[in-house]
Design a protein around this ligand. Structure first.
Ligand code: AMP
Ligand code: ZN
Length: 460
């Protein structure tokens, strides 16, 4: 059985054997969300893809350190906070919580570190100062800019020509820039606006600087894997490489650069600006997080993944079939199996999730055809292990069917209204009606708990 992981490295544009710097501690950094609103399922794609890679690495190495940041200061956040009349802290505490809830429903494990950009201002200022001291950055009109001409191999990740770099950067041709492709490390903020004191005046860090400083602080000068969506190759990751390598005498921030393809709608990238998005939150009202996760893993992570509600419904039906096969075997396996060889081999080959899913279909077929209790128990254990590798099938099968596979089709307000109606029925001593309401809610995965203090509920 192969145990070698192959990963496609954007830096070399080839699939490479993965060799960690320290096999006792594999380190991975993934660019996380900018938290100004609910995450859409395009944003969820890197979360699910890199969670599957994290799970795989954890099975093969004794320790994996996974850091994924929260960008909690940027123009969109500032604009939204102003619109809502709240501070950025108030806004981002709420949106971060929403993000966590949604990603938990997708069975994404929490990373080991989840740094918030605003907690790393001091290392960002220090990094900027280092770049100035070493001659890679300059100050101009309250801005600090990285000088791309000072770095001989700037552009090696995206492989863009100089003209493409300038056009693609979409950077303002500001008079204070020495070169139009120079990018901001630090920029001034208006008095009274959100900002921090720095040697260059009151201001804010640039987005690229944030990730360089946080990754360096948490994972060291050079770590193993840096991930994110395809759109981050340029300028974000190109500029992270420039900042980190120039600050550390050429040492690159990461050895393997891994990028997921886009989640598309009718062939177009799903994005907030195009308005062609579905939030994870709204989809959870209709279906389960597991069905969303399966729909994201059906395509190979480097291919585009076209989203349709029909496909989501098919994923839900597939999970019904899989959970049905599990439910038919009454005995719960006593020992946990290792991931079936074919599934693991597929995942080790550059995270080939569609092939892994095809093997799960075969396993389910075998389980349904199995005749002896021994074979059934063994196949059930194998199926549960395969499911765990993909972050699927970890619920109790009965609970899955009871909830209809959905978190609950009911909104919180609708549930509260039902609880009030049940209380009224009880007061009127109409116990048939109050029981009917409780049972109807249970059918939809909402469990009521009565106590002296009143009735509380939870989603089962
Ligand atoms: P953002 O919150 O826009 O900074 O994006 C967070 C992460 O989601 C980044 O890794 C992006 O590359 C990724 N992302 C955004 N839109 C999509 C999409 N439509 N498909 C796949 N990944 C996306
Ligand atoms: Zn980043």
């Amino acid at each position: 059985m192969t145990t070698t992981l192959h990963l496609y490295n954007t830096l070399s544009r080839t699939k490479e054997v993965f060799t960690p710097i320290d096999a006792n501690n594999v380190r991975m950094y993934v660019c996380g969300p900018t938290v100004y609103d609910f995450a859409h399922i395009g944003n969820a794609r890197p979360i699910v893809v890199f969670d599957t890679l994290y799970r795989l690495l954890k099975r093969h190495y004794p320790k994996v350190t996974y850091a994924r940041n929260i960008t909690d200061v940027d123009d969109k956040i500032l604009a939204r906070a102003k619109e809502n009349g709240v501070s950025i802290k108030e806004l981002t505490v709420g949106t971060t919580k929403m993000f966590h809830q949604d990603m938990d429903h997708l069975n994404a494990l929490r990373p080991d570190h989840e740094p918030r950009a605003t907690a790393y201002i001091a290392p960002m200022i220090a990094l900027t100062q280092t770049l100035i001291d070493k001659g890679f950055a300059y100050e101009a009109e309250g801005h600090v800019l990285f000088s791309v001409q000072s770095m001989a191999d700037y552009g090696k990740l995206s492989r863009r020509t100089r003209d493409e770099l300038i056009a693609g950067a979409r950077v303002e041709i500001a008079p204070y820039k020495k070169d139009p492709a120079d990018f901001v490390l630090w920029k001034p903020a208006p008095e009274g606006g959100e900002g921090w004191d720095s040697p260059w005046g009151y201001g804010r860090p640039g987005w690229h600087l944030e990730c360089s400083a946080m990754a360096d602080d948490l994972l060291g000068t050079t770590f193993d894997i840096h991930g994110g969506g395809l759109d981050l190759i340029f300028p974000h990751h190109e500029n992270e490489i420039a900042q980190s390598a120039c600050a550390h005498d050429g040492a690159p921030p990461a050895n393997y650069w891994v990028h997921n393809g886009f989640l598309t709608v009718n062939g177009e990238k799903m994005s907030k600006s195009l308005g062609n998005f579905f939030t994870v939150h709204e989809l959870l009202d209709e279906t389960s997080g597991e069905a969303i996760r399966l729909s994201l893993l059906q395509s190979h992570y480097r291919q585009p993944c076209d989203f349709t509600k029909d496909n989501l419904a098919q994923c839900k039906a597939t999970l019904d079939k899989w959970y049905g096969a599990l439910r038919n075997v009454k005995d719960t396996p006593t020992s946990t199996a290792t991931t079936p060889e074919a599934v693991e081999a597929a995942l080790l080959d550059d995270l080939n999730t569609p092939l892994a899913i095809a093997h799960i279909h075969e396993l389910v077929g075998e389980l349904n055809r199995a005749t002896t209790n021994e074979a059934k128990a063994e196949l059930k254990a194998a199926l549960l292990a395969a499911g765990e590798a993909l972050g699927l099938l970890q619920q109790d099968a009965e609970a899955w069917f009871k909830s209809g596979g959905a978190v609950s089709g009911l909104s919180d307000a609708e549930i509260d209204a039902q609880i009030a109606a049940r209380l009224a029925a009880k007061k009127a001593k109409n116990f048939i009606e109050s029981d009917r309401i409780r049972d109807a809610l249970a059918q939809q995965g909402v469990i009521l708990e009565d106590s002296a203090a009143g009735t509380t509920w939870r989603r089962g």
